[in-house]
Structures are given as structure tokens and as C-alpha cells.
Design a protein around this ligand. Structure first.
Ligand code: FMN
Length: 145
């Protein structure tokens, strides 16, 4: 069985960096950009991971709508996000939606992602140089584990 990562990465490509590193290191992973693909036959996948930047405390709307559009019945679901100020609780809404769609939430990974939104731009951004190599190694280990 293969694993799938559905991602959305719109601010600085921070989440895309994590996802591409996982793809480069783990052969059995397919990746799909939710900004391009909203409906998919998920039957050939065992685990599904949703990976997103955080916007106003939530996963990107493209991830929310992908979950709403597809059944997660019988799938184990992992969550991954990068954020200016990362907190596991930023996945709470998505976690509830996953349960509603029949998915089995397993675990969440989050790390810092360079953030120049709003006033942070004036100070050159926060969480500069993230995700870094350490964040990326942790994301790969999270996915492997
Ligand atoms: C419009 C907007 C809103 C954001 N809101 C939050 C937020 O509520 N909390 C947070 O920690 N980071 C927030 N961020 C920062 C992003 O989540 C962070 O930069 C993330 O790594 C972006 O991922 P991406 O480059 O993959 O899109 C926001 C960024 C933007 C552009």
C-alpha cells in the first residue's frame, strides 16, 4: 500500500519543503497539491497525511475543502503544519472534520515556518530560516514512525 500527502503551501513554500523532502526520502509516498486537485480516488492509499501552512489559526481552505470533498473512511490520517508560531492545537478544527469524514486521526507534527504576514513584514519576518534541516529531519522521522 502507498501513502499519500495532500498539501497546501501558499505563503513561502515552507510546507512544500517538508513534503518534498519526505517524498525524496520515502519511495512509497505520492504527493498532491490541494490547490490543484480537489477530488481523488483514495482507495489505493493506506495512510493519508494533510500538510498545510496556518492561516488565521487554521489549515488552508484548500485542505478543508479537500477533506470535505473526499471520504476518509478506513484511512489512517496524519497531520502536519508549519506556522509562524506553531502549536499542535492549530489542527483542532481539521481533526474534528477528519472524524466526521470517517478518518482515523493518528498524530500531528508541527514546526516553524518563515512568516512575513502583516506587521511581521516590517521586522523582516519571524521564524526566519525555517523549516531548517532539523525541522525537515524531524518531519521525515515523524512520517516514517
Ligand atoms: C494570511 C496569513 C495568515 C497567517 N496566520 C497565521 C496564524 O494564525 N498563526 C501562525 O502561527 N502563523 C500564521 N501565518 C504564518 C504561516 O502559517 C507560516 O508562514 C507558514 O509556514 C506558511 O506555510 P507555507 O509557506 O507552506 O504556505 C500566516 C500567514 C499568512 C500569509
Amino acid at each position: 500500500m502507498k501513502d499519500l500527502i495532500v498539501f497546501a503551501s501558499k505563503h513561502h513554500g515552507n510546507t512544500r519543503k517538508l513534503v518534498q523532502a519526505i517524498k525524496a526520502n520515502i519511495e512509497s509516498v505520492d504527493i498532491v497539491d490541494a490547490s490543484i486537485t480537489q477530488y481523488l480516488d483514495l482507495s489505493k492509499y493506506d495512510r493519508i497525511c494533510f500538510a498545510s501552512g496556518i492561516c488565521y489559526g487554521q489549515y488552508y481552505p484548500e485542505i478543508i475543502s479537500f477533506i470535505e470533498n473526499n471520504s476518509l473512511e478506513g484511512h489512517s490520517v496524519l497531520l502536519m503544519h508549519s506556522a509562524g508560531s506553531p502549536k499542535e492545537a492549530q489542527c483542532e478544527r481539521v481533526k474534528k472534520l477528519i472524524a466526521l469524514k470517517g478518518g482515523n486521526f493518528v498524530k500531528v507534527f508541527c514546526c516553524k515556518g518563515f512568516d512575513t504576514y502583516g506587521p511581521f513584514k516590517l521586522i523582516g519576518g519571524i521564524s526566519k530560516n525555517h523549516p531548517n534541516n532539523d525541522d525537515i529531519a524531524k518531519a521525515i522521522a515523524f512520517f516514517r514512525g
